[in-house]
Design a binder for this molecule. Structure first.
Ligand SMILES: NC(=O)c1ccc[n+]([C@@H]2O[C@H](COP(=O)([O-])OP(=O)(O)OC[C@H]3O[C@@H](n4cnc5c(N)ncnc54)[C@H](OP(=O)(O)O)[C@@H]3O)[C@@H](O)[C@H]2O)c1
Length: 387
């Protein structure tokens, strides 16, 4: 039986890696629906290549173009937020959640409420609504499979173990393009330098998050919700080679790690084939050629985003939502050339300090708070520029 899959965010970096794996194993997968934000050309191409029956563009202005491109094919075109949710709830065995940012939250929740198995790359959804999402999965019987390479590594290391035997999770971080940079280098960093990740090829937003190391902060929060451990039992270690994707320490002192080439198709394939495994075209790991694996403690002064994210997790309640919303706006503004690289963490910290919001108790609360924080950060940036 082919596994029926929905790919949310099919035109992105994770989405395209998923499509690549589908095309390499057509006997295993039947693509039901694919979605994008605005890129109708790329979406129509993916829909035709995979034989998807539904293609959804989130931006309604893209519908006429998508319809024209899919005319005469067996793939229906749709647009807008409701259609996106319908795609997420399609009758399928697996939903790949690869939309970037909080924009993915409602579709991911829709898939979870429908009891689907969700391969989750969209970490911002979990950061902003982790507790609600885990509760919803428990009620609907949905399964969440982590796609983020670190969480996928931990998931693999945990297989077959009892939660009471786990003492600590150790998230590895490449350190990003500025791991050996000075503060002066970072103050002058351009968007092109920030997105040039040394080990991974990824979308622009996560690449900037890797450069500030906010990505690791978001992953810390993600790990907390996925695996149920408190902040103080989740450590971060810088590992420049990105070969050890993360580790789990057990109460007897054993530490299990998952290793592999830095290729997102490995964790994506793990989620796609779970509980089986499938072949990928990733390079075989050649440890002799790599020669050494280095580790060092992260620098919380040079990368304040790490400290800010850990504080937000410890604070709990609304703080992770504020952290994420402020970071999304600040990263977008940095990519647009409106603010400097170091201002990203400053704006996030400022937003957290200004926030007195209560913990959200519903997805509607999360989305309202997200909008409120975004507006506040926009105002703060305008004030800065005017000053
Ligand atoms: N890339 C990686 O290697 C990697 C690794 C681990 C985790 N992740 C996580 O996976 C997620 C996706 O990352 P990515 O690097 O693949 O991002 P990306 O390349 O920027 O792709 C994002 C996808 O989401 C769609 N999208 C963007 N805004 C949307 C909106 N408002 N409504 C609906 N769809 C929207 C985009 O459509 P358009 O193409 O039309 O804009 C695209 O299909 C992120 O949460 C990231 O943190 C990524």
């Amino acid at each position: 039986m082919k596994r029926r899959i929905v790919i949310l965010g099919a035109t992105g970096s994770v989405g395209q890696s998923t499509v690549d794996l589908v095309e390499r194993s057509p006997e295993r997968f039947d693509v039901v629906a694919v979605t994008a934000a605005t890129k109708t050309g790329a979406l129509a191409d993916i829909a035709q290549r995979t034989g998807a029956r539904l293609a959804v563009v989130a931006d309604e202005r893209g519908l006429p173009d998508l319809q024209a491109r899919l005319a005469g094919t067996a793939c229906a075109a749709a647009a807008g937020p409701v259609a996106l949710i319908e795609a997420a709830q399609c009758d399928a065995d697996l939903v790949i959640a690869a939309i970037v940012g909080c924009a993915g939250l409602e579709p991911v929740m829709a898939a979870i409420r429908a009891g689907r198995t969700v391969a989750l790359a969209n970490k911002e959804a979990l950061v902003t609504a982790g507790a609600l999402m885990i509760d919803a999965a428990a009620s609907s019987g949905a399964t969440i499979l982590p796609v983020d390479s670190e969480h996928n590594a931990i998931f693999q290391c945990l297989a077959g173990s009892r939660s009471e035997d786990v003492s600590r999770l150790i998230l590895t971080a490449s350190g990003g393009p500025f791991r050996d940079a000075s503060l002066a280098d970072m103050r002058a960093a351009t968007a092109a330098q920030a997105v040039a990740h040394p080990n991974w090829s990824m979308g622009a937003k996560i690449s900037v998050d890797s450069a500030t190391m906010m990505n690791k902060g978001l992953e810390l929060i993600e790990a907390h919700f996925l695996f149920g451990l408190p902040s103080e039992r989740i450590d971060i270690i810088v590992h420049p080679q990105s070969v050890v994707h993360s580790m789990v320490e057990f109460v007897d002192g054993s530490v299990l790690a998952q290793l592999g080439s830095p290729d997102m198709r490995i964790p994506i394939a793990y989620a796609m084939a779970w509980p089986e495994r499938m072949a990928t075209p990733a390079d075989q790991l050649d440890l002799a050629a790599i020669g050494r694996l280095d580790f060092r403690a992260p620098d919380f002064d040079l990368f304040p985003a790490l400290r800010i994210a850990r504080d937000a997790l410890q604070q709990g309640g609304a703080a992770p939502v504020v952290l994420n919303a402020a970071n999304e706006v600040a990263v977008g503004s940095f990519l647009d050339g409106r603010i400097g690289f170091c201002e990203i963490a400053e704006l996030v910290e400022q937003a957290l300090a200004a926030s007195s919001s209560a913990a959200p108790t519903s997805i509607a609360d999360v989305l309202a708070l997200d909008r409120f924080v975004r507006a506040g950060v926009e105002t703060a940036m305008t004030t800065r520029c005017a000053g």
